[in-house]
Design a protein around this ligand. Structure first.
Ligand code: ADP
Ligand code: MG
Length: 711
């Protein structure tokens, strides 16, 4: 059998905590033929790299042997009315949080009071030891089972040390202590399960917005089919008030569409024939016929969900650090416990050490916060493709911005036509527009529009070549036509330098025809109005270094840059843009690049965080790490704000847990902390982190919106 590598996705059920994900990951990696496995806790699946020698059944068996399940199929989200469930899910989680707090407080009061009044000692005397032992075994069964399983596989988990502590207390006759330790272990488990569930819920509330069925017109009849069965070019009927089931082009009808599911913006847009509409947006006030271009997982919304689910894959340095930390941490705790016992600290102090420091909090601190904010950001119209970009954004200090289509609207218009060498205006435009016929560039669009306005018929270009950041060349009616900057049309550029052109600023498209200067088209593009305010917001966050990178001429760039109060570099090729990103990175900066075009794609990918504008080219959106889902620059400062707030929470989580554990360990080792208090104390960080991360899930960047509630 050949060993062709490929990868499969396997759904996994029953994982509650980061430790579970690690267990499953190790189990799958041990299967022969598997080269690597990644387990996504929130998406509840494993992504496995394997070759032909590996059997999928073996992977299933490995997962099951590790104590987890493999659901038959992807659990399909039910088509519930999301706005209602969103709110109630929110309520439920708040209620659980409150319930949690009360149980915790009640037990704490009883334990402290019992200890102070000597009731616990009385209880130990009054109730036979074996009854207490049975209670411990009963309450602790799920955690003991987990501990035994991982011990058999040679892994030590946080619960292992606590279980040893509980066992020691039991043997010393302190069954009440053991029982309380076990109780708080279970509490910790619930805390973690709850946090995981809540993060999953924020992804699921997105999934729930995905349409499940579509009404397809087939031989003049309407048929309801699953969205996955809709083929490109199928005609889909959308009734007023319904979610549009597919991405497509409106062919008939009129409606106002609420696109908040995709863009986070609830201002409706008009849908008329010819307009593009997106799956999961809501058509109001009329019905539509839509010719499908993409459905299900291939639709824009499907890809959003996919990316949010996968955000867990790109772990940041902070999280890797935390993972590694917890690996070394447990042996250290075990050593301190050993030392406490050996140096006469007594059995109870040893038990306290084992119990106090072993919470799941470290494992919980980062993923909970980052996933929560990726989900919340998606609902605002910001698609963040991985946790590590949140981290990078929070410490970014250099922001590089493209000009055309990014700082400007990218709808340039040709304002002036200058002909040379006896070409007529119409002939020049015909040649230029024909050469530009298949270019995706906004300037090409401007030339084509000008030709259309003048009723000029285009010829079919041959040997079409686009030179990103410079222009195009092609053969038109056997002539070699070159359109663009002086890099592609140097002859016309040289000829024009001796001319007095009426528009001094503005982008120039030089046109060479068969090595002769044909003429110059001057284009002007409107600025985006939200840019100055957005740039100010960035400066207020302490990001001083903002620089314009453009392929356009020096004077055009200088004029715009001075108006925006930023520095600039002009006449750049795509390679130059990527070099500039590398240059800053080499000097220790964390670089954010914002762009839209084919010529920006390499720089977007190279940057620590590449941000693609919403109407950018596909290759820019693919190369970037964050995609804006709405054409609005104010999303950029929002993005920075979300990232900073998230990392603030993460740091608080980790710092708090670390400080807490150090103090707890010291108190326990020197006998100042009875095991009972130690048990109660260890579950506090879990609760704190839960509350802290729940705060992020609800983050709304201070701007209130009427639709798409943020869970
Ligand atoms: P920016 O970096 O500002 O987004 P580009 O790099 O896309 O701008 O383009 C830089 C310059 O290259 C433009 O100002 C224009 O002169 C020229 N150019 C690029 N593509 C084309 C094209 N398709 N047609 C004409 N000119 C082009
Ligand atoms: Mg551009």
């Amino acid at each position: 059998m050949s060993a062709t590598p490929h990868h499969v996705e396997v759904p996994v059920s029953g994982m509650d905590c980061a430790g579970c994900a690690r267990t499953v990951q190790q189990a799958i990696s041990a299967v022969p033929g598997v080269s690597s496995a990644e387990v996504l806790l929130t998406a509840e699946k494993a992504i496995v790299d394997l070759d032909d020698t590996a059997h999928i059944e073996q992977i299933h068996r490995a997962i099951e042997a590790a104590g987890y399940g493999v659901p038959e199929t992807d659990p399909r989200p039910t088509d519930r009315e999301d706005d209602v469930t969103d709110d109630s899910a929110d309520d439920v989680s708040r209620q659980i949080l409150r319930l949690f707090g009360s149980i915790f407080a009640a037990v704490l009061v009883v334990v402290v009071a019992g200890e102070v009044l000597g009731l616990l000692d009385w209880l130990v005397d009054a109730v036979p030891w074996y009854v207490g032992a049975l209670a411990v075994a009963g309450l602790g069964y799920p955690v003991f089972k987990q501990v035994v399983r991982s011990t058999l596989r040679g892994h030590i988990i946080a619960h292992t040390l606590m279980a040893v502590g509980a066992g020691a207390a039991l043997i010393a006759g302190q069954w009440v202590t053991a029982l309380i330790v076990v109780f708080f272990m279970r509490m910790g488990d619930y805390a973690e399960r709850f946090t995981t569930e809540q993060t999953r819920e924020s992804v699921r509330s997105l999934t729930r917005m995905a349409p499940q069925t579509a009404r397809v017109v087939w031989e003049d009849e309407e048929r309801t089919v699953a969205v996955d069965e809709v083929e490109p070019d199928d005609i889909v009927v959308v009734r007023p008030g319904e979610r549009i089931p597919v991405d497509g082009i409106v062919v008939a009808g009129h409606a106002t569409v609420d696109q908040s599911a995709i863009t986070g913006e609830s201002m409706p847009v008009e849908a008329v024939p010819g307009r593009k509409v997106f799956a999961a947006t809501i058509a109001g006030g009329g019905s539509l016929r839509v010719r499908s271009t993409a459905a299900g997982r291939d639709s824009t919304f499907g890809r959003v969900i996919e990316m949010v689910q996968q955000a867990e894959r790109h772990r940041g340095a902070v999280q890797r650090y935390a993972d590694r930390f917890s690996t070394y941490y447990l042996p250290v705790v075990a050593a301190i416990a050993g030392a406490t016992y050996l140096f006469g600290g007594g059995l109870m102090a040893t038990v306290a050490v084992l119990v106090v420091a072993c919470s799941c909090a470290f494992a919980l601190a980062t993923p909970a916060a980052i996933l929560a904010s990726v989900g919340a950001a998606a609902k605002q119209g910001l698609l963040i493709k991985g946790g590590k970009y949140v981290e990078a954004l929070s410490r970014a200090d250099v922001v590089l911005v493209d000009k055309t289509g990014t700082l400007t609207l990218g709808r340039p218009e040709i304002r002036e036509v200058t002909t040379l060498n006896g070409f007529s205006e119409d002939e020049l435009i015909r040649l230029g527009a024909s050469a530009e016929r298949y270019s995706e560039h906004p300037l090409a669009d401007a030339v084509r529009r000008l030709a259309a306005d003048r009723g000029i018929e285009l010829a079919e270009p041959e040997d079409f070549h686009a030179v990103p950041g410079a222009g195009v060349h092609a053969r038109v009616n056997g002539m070699d036509v070159r359109v663009g900057s002086e890099r592609v049309a140097g002859v016309a550029a040289a000829a024009a330098s001796t001319l007095e052109l009426a528009t001094r600023t503005g982008t120039r498209l030089y046109i060479d025809v068969d090595g002769q200067a044909g003429g110059v088209l001057s284009a002007a593009d409107a600025d985006r109005e939200e840019v100055p305010v957005a740039l100010d917001a960035l400066r207020q966050m302490g990001i001083e270094h903002i620089e314009l990178l453009t392929g356009d001429r020096q004077d055009v760039a200088a004029e715009l840059a001075s108006r925006l109060g930023i520095t600039f570099k002009a006449e750049l090729l795509p390679e130059d843009k990527i070099e500039i990103v590398r240059h800053y990175q080499g000097h220790g900066h964390t670089v954010v690049m914002i762009g839209d075009g084919v010529n920006d794609a390499p720089a977007l990918a190279q940057a620590d965080v590449g941000i693609a504008m919403s109407r950018g080219t596909d290759v820019a959106t693919e190369s970037a790490h964050v995609a804006l889902m709405r054409d609005d620059w104010s999303l950029v400062p929002s993005l920075f704000r979300i990232a900073r707030r998230t990392m603030g929470v993460v740091r608080l989580n980790i710092g708090f847990t670390a400080a807490y554990n150090v103090v707890g360990l010291a108190l326990a080792a020197f006998g100042f902390l009875p095991p009972i208090y130690a048990a109660a104390a260890q579950s506090l960080p879990d609760i704190g982190i839960m509350a802290n991360s729940a705060r992020l899930i609800r983050q709304d960047d201070g701007r209130s919106r009427s639709h798409a509630p943020v869970t």
